[in-house]
Design a protein around this ligand. Structure first.
Ligand SMILES: C[S@@+](CC[C@H](N)C(=O)[O-])C[C@H]1O[C@@H](n2cnc3c(N)ncnc32)[C@H](O)[C@@H]1O
Length: 256
């Protein structure tokens, strides 16, 4: 049985939605904008198969002046790592901007991939996906040709109208966040992982999980087969030993 996936720094939940579309059951630890600070979240061991999330990236993007930078984004990466270790998951997937440091976690191998949104739609934007897993596997995302050169990208600080940002991120025109101000809505949508890209990432993880499950069941069968051979051999040896004992007994009785 596949366990659920834990989403952290959920934001609008675009990355979660992409994983759901690929058949994963996703549960969320929430987001600070809706009152859930990751620093107060305590996970449980053995409940989840993987952790996904894009931690805040402001300090890693070239857009913020050096004088205004803090260590907040790095602190949030440490929180991401803590949740992965606490949950003791098989794999993790971290999404962020180009300047993000490596998110390496003890006990997991580490893969860093650059994905261009321009492979999926006419928007140029680089995203860094970092994937780690316990068993030495990896994910494969096909590098594609950029569809069309274009400098348009949805940003958290985007000046364009809300409906345009929704379209860029793959959201329906009816999508709304009524409890947020217009600036808040645009920030949430601009922060999200576009659905077209999220689905490709989630599909690559699904392939990894399926392959992993298949290998595990093969190993289980191997153990089962070996166990059956061992039990059969043990019973044959027991029978031979009993027969020999009986023969010796009969022979010694005959001598008497
Ligand atoms: C890059 S966005 C995530 C976008 C999301 N992956 C999506 O596809 O919609 C980062 C999110 O981290 C949230 N965040 C920042 N600090 C946080 C904290 N201490 N605890 C929980 N969430 C936090 C922000 O509010 C923001 O929504």
């Amino acid at each position: 049985m596949n366990k659920a996936v834990l989403s952290v720094f959920t934001g609008l939940g675009l990355l979660d939605e992409a994983f759901r579309r690929e058949g994963f059951c996703v549960v969320s630890a929430g987001d600070i904008v809706t009152g859930q600070d990751i620093r107060n979240f305590v996970s449980t061991k053995d409940s989840f198969q993987g952790v996904i999330g894009g931690s805040p990236c402001q300090e890693f993007s070239g857009l913020k002046p050096a004088s205004l930078k803090t260590d907040y984004s790095q602190l949030m990466i440490e929180e991401f790592k803590r949740v992965v270790l606490e949950s003791d998951v098989d794999w993790y997937l971290h999404e962020n901007v180009k300047g993000v440091p490596d998110v390496k976690i003890k006990g997991y191998n580490h893969q860093r991939l650059i994905i261009n949104q321009g492979w999926f739609e006419p928007i140029q934007r680089l995203r860094i996906i970092q994937f780690g897993c316990k068993n030495g596997g990896h994910i494969e995302i096909e590098t594609k040709k950029i569809l069309k050169e274009c400098d348009s990208l949805a940003l958290a600080s985007d000046k364009r109208p809300f409906y345009e940002l929704k379209m860029l991120q793959g959201l329906s025109k009816d999508f709304d966040l009524p409890e947020f101000t217009l600036a808040g809505k645009k920030k949430m949508v601009g922060n999200g992982v576009p659905l077209s890209m999220g689905v490709v990432i989630a599909s690559a993880v699904k392939k990894f999980v399926n392959k992993n499950n298949k290998n595990n069941s093969l190993n289980m069968n191997f153990v089962t087969d070996r166990t059956v051979v061992f039990i059969t051999l043990k019973s044959v040896l027991k029978m031979v030993a009993m027969k020999l004992t009986a023969l010796i007994l009969v022979a010694s009785l005959k001598q008497v």
